[in-house]
Design a protein around this ligand. Structure first.
Ligand code: NAG
Ligand code: NAG
Ligand code: NAG
Ligand code: NAG
Length: 346
C-alpha cells in the first residue's frame, strides 16, 4: 500500500500535476495562487475573489478570458510568473499586468473599451510584435516588453497615448523601427531599444519633446538623427558600429548642448567606439523639409523666420553660440511642422 501511494506521488511529480494552493505573499501585499490549472481548478478563483493584488505562480492557462478576470472580482493588480499563459485578454478594470516568463504568445486588446491599465510589463514572452490596438490603452504610462521575440515595431501604433512615459523594448530581435507617419508622443520620457539588431533608425518624424533617456546600446547602428530632441539627457550608444565622422559631430553637439542648455546632462561616452571602415557623410540633424515649412500657415512661418533672424543677430561671432542657435531653430521647425501636421489631421 505504502509503495503504491509513493508511486502515485511520484507519478504526480513526474507528470507535473501539482495541486493548487493559495497563500499570502510574505514580502508584499500580494496573494499567491500556486500551480493553478485553468481546466480543473476554476474553484480556486473563488478563494481570491476579494483580493486586489493576485500573483499566479506556475499557472497553466490557455487564455485569460473576460470571465476569468471577472471572477477575480476585486483584482486590479495581476501578476503571472512562470508556467504557461498563452493568451491574455486585457480586462478593462485592471490597473497593472505583469507577465514574467509565461511563454505568452498573444495579448488581446479590444476597441471601444474604457481601459484603466496604467502599467503593462512583459518579460520572457513569445510575443513577436506590439499587441494590436495598444493605442486603446489611454491611461497607459509604462509598457515594457523585454527579453521577448519582437522583430518588428511601428511606433505609430502608440500615437494617441497621451500619458505614456516609458517604452522599454530591450533584449528583443528588432531590426527596424517603422515610422510611416508622424509619431507624436508628447509625454514620453524614456525609450529603450538596447540589445536588439537595429541597423537603421529613422527618427526624423518623431515628435518627442519630453524624451530624456534614449537607450540604443548594443545594436548595429551606423548613424541616425538626434538633433531634434530638446530634452535629451541620456543617450546610451555603446556597442554600435558608428560612423566616425558622425560620432564626432554627435559628441560636439552633445557637448555644446550640455554647456548651454542641457542642464544636468550626464554626458559620458562610456565605451562609445566607431567603425573606421564606415564611409559616408551623415548628419546628426534631420534634413530640412522646405516644402513642409511652406505648408505652414503664413503666420507661424513669418514668426519662425523672425525668431531665426533675431537669434542669428544675437552674436554670430561666436561659433558655439551660432551652432547652438541652429540647434534651437532646428527644434523649433520640427515642432512647428509636427504641430501643423497634427493640426490638419484633427
Ligand atoms: C499594495 O497594493 C496597492 C494596490 O492595491 C498599491 O498601491 C500599494 O503600493 C501596495 N503596497 C505595497 C507595499 O506593495
Ligand atoms: C508584481 O509585479 C509588480 C510589477 O512588476 C512588482 O512590483 C511586484 O513585486 C510583483 N509582485 C510579486 C508578488 O511578484
Ligand atoms: C520562476 O522560475 C525560476 C526558474 O526558472 C525560479 O528561479 C524562480 O524562483 C521562479 N519564480 C517564482 C516566483 O516561483
Ligand atoms: C521575474 O521573475 C524572476 C524569477 O522569479 C525574478 O527574479 C524577477 O525579478 C522577475 N522580474 C520581474 C520584472 O518581475
Amino acid at each position: 500500500m505504502k509503495r503504491i501511494l509513493m508511486l502515485l506521488a511520484l507519478a504526480e511529480t513526474f507528470s507535473g500535476i501539482q495541486s493548487w494552493s493559495v497563500q499570502k505573499d510574505s514580502e508584499s501585499n500580494y496573494t499567491n495562487v500556486l500551480n493553478f490549472h485553468a481546466i480543473k481548478d476554476t474553484v480556486a478563483l473563488r478563494s481570491v475573489s476579494n483580493i486586489e493584488n493576485v500573483h499566479f505562480i506556475n499557472a497553466n492557462i490557455d487564455t485569460v478570458t473576460q470571465s476569468f478576470s471577472n471572477q477575480l472580482e476585486k483584482c486590479v493588480w495581476l501578476n503571472f510568473t512562470n508556467g504557461t499563459v498563452k493568451a491574455v485578454l486585457i480586462n478593462s478594470k485592471l490597473l497593472m499586468i505583469d507577465l514574467n516568463n509565461t511563454a505568452t504568445e498573444k495579448i488581446i486588446i479590444e476597441q471601444g473599451q474604457e481601459y484603466k491599465l496604467v502599467t503593462l510589463l512583459i518579460r520572457k514572452s513569445k510575443l513577436t510584435r506590439i499587441p494590436p490596438n495598444v493605442n486603446q490603452l489611454k491611461q497607459l504610462k509604462r509598457i515594457d516588453i523585454i527579453e521577448s521575440w519582437i522583430e518588428y515595431v511601428s511606433l505609430n501604433d502608440f500615437n494617441g497615448l497621451d500619458n505614456l512615459y516609458e517604452i522599454d523594448l530591450s533584449d528583443n530581435r528588432i531590426k527596424q523601427v517603422q515610422t510611416s507617419d508622424f509619431v507624436s508622443l508628447l509625454t514620453l520620457f524614456r525609450l529603450g531599444f538596447h540589445n536588439n539588431r537595429l541597423y537603421q533608425l529613422d527618427t526624423c518624424r518623431w515628435d518627442m519633446p519630453s524624451l530624456a533617456e534614449l537607450r540604443l546600446n548594443n545594436n548595429n547602428l551606423v548613424h541616425f538623427s538626434v538633433g531634434h530632441f530638446p530634452s535629451l539627457k541620456l543617450l546610451a550608444l555603446a556597442s554600435n558600429p558608428m560612423n566616425c565622422a558622425w560620432m564626432t559631430s554627435l559628441v560636439e553637439l552633445l557637448q555644446r548642448r550640455a554647456k548651454y542648455f542641457w542642464f544636468g546632462y550626464k554626458f559620458t561616452q562610456d565605451e562609445w567606439s566607431c567603425n573606421g571602415a564606415s564611409l559616408g557623410d551623415f548628419d546628426v540633424h534631420c534634413p530640412s523639409t522646405p516644402e513642409k515649412i511652406q505648408k505652414l500657415d503664413p503666420d507661424s512661418r513669418s514668426r519662425l523666420e523672425k525668431i531665426e533672424s533675431a537669434i542669428h543677430k544675437l552674436d554670430s561671432k561666436l561659433n558655439d553660440q551660432y551652432n547652438m542657435a541652429n540647434d534651437m531653430i532646428e527644434t523649433m521647425y520640427r515642432t512647428a511642422i509636427a504641430r501643423a501636421f497634427w493640426g490638419k489631421r484633427n
